[in-house]
Design a binder for this molecule. Sequence first.
Ligand code: FAQ
Length: 307
Amino acid sequence: MSFDDLLADDGRVEPRDPMPDGYRRTLVRQIAQHAHSEIIGMQPEGNWISRAPSLRRKAILMAKVQDEAGHGLYLYAAAETLGVDRADLLDQLHTGRQKYSSIFNYPTLTWADVGAIGWLVDGAAIVNQVPLCRCSYGPYARAMVRICKEESFHQRQGFEILHTLSHGTPGQRAMAQDAVDRYWWPALMMFGPPDDDSPHSAQSMAWGIKRFSNDDLRQRFVDMTVPQAEALDLTLPDPEIRWNDERGHYDFGEVDFGELTEVIKGNGPCNRERMAHRLRAHEDGAWVREAAAAYAAKHAVPEEGAA
Ligand code: FAQ
């Protein structure tokens, strides 16, 4: 079946199928950015592992951060099915030629930020990623199924942290509210620029890579989150949020996309720190990559038909 017929039939494109160069390039760009986000996304929460308020919270947080590493690895593996090399993708991240999500350039100042990341950042990630389980490219879609299951668990974990804090002492409650105040707008920016300013959306939707536009997903996230904020007894820092009966959605205030542009350009509060940490970790891990390569060379299974 041709590429166009396959898409028209809502089929899945597999690695050896013919595909236009632009489709392949778009997938590599998006999957690599997604993988990089998972890996850099370990840093803000990793910052609290040694200071988690109890052994139970520490064990849960370590498991969550490890899950993010796993997500990065499935996604690099999905990108490799498109004929690119993982080392090359990492090099593009390290030299600033490939992006990662803006959200991970914000600091985690208090323990409540770990709750806000779980609730809002994983919550936004789920809204964005559930439709990607139906992405036209098979390996990406299949990776997303497992990732979404784990992200749902992460989101509940963040909600539970905030619920405990918001029903705790006045100081804990204030800490939870402050975290939500700082993370709300950056979470809305995760969905990308508005549809009118999104250069890739139309083509990505035509190719069945993205199933919904950035603004549609942002609205879906607001609609899902407002009732959850009520359940937490916390407020969202936007006085314009109100139910609109006519639209059947919550209205909300204007997102500062100027801030998103600045963060993407490298001028967010933690961009430099995140990249410096990432580079250091990569250099420190050189011996592991060398050992793995030496082991693989020693134990290589000869290909069928080889002498
Ligand atoms: N940050 O034309 P569009 C997670 C870039 S969740 C940085 O709209 P597109 C889980 C975009 O790349 C976070 N850059 O682009 C977790 C493009 O630049 P380019 C990761 C952004 O691709 C939770 C340009 O702006 N999730 O990690 C952002 O159609 C907790 C124009 O934009 C994914 O990556 C941004 N927010 O739509 C981990 C999901 N927004 O490439 C740890 C998959 C846009 O031309 C802890 N990705 N840009 O140089 C997607 O769904 C899409 O790529 C979008 C952007 C929606 C992000």
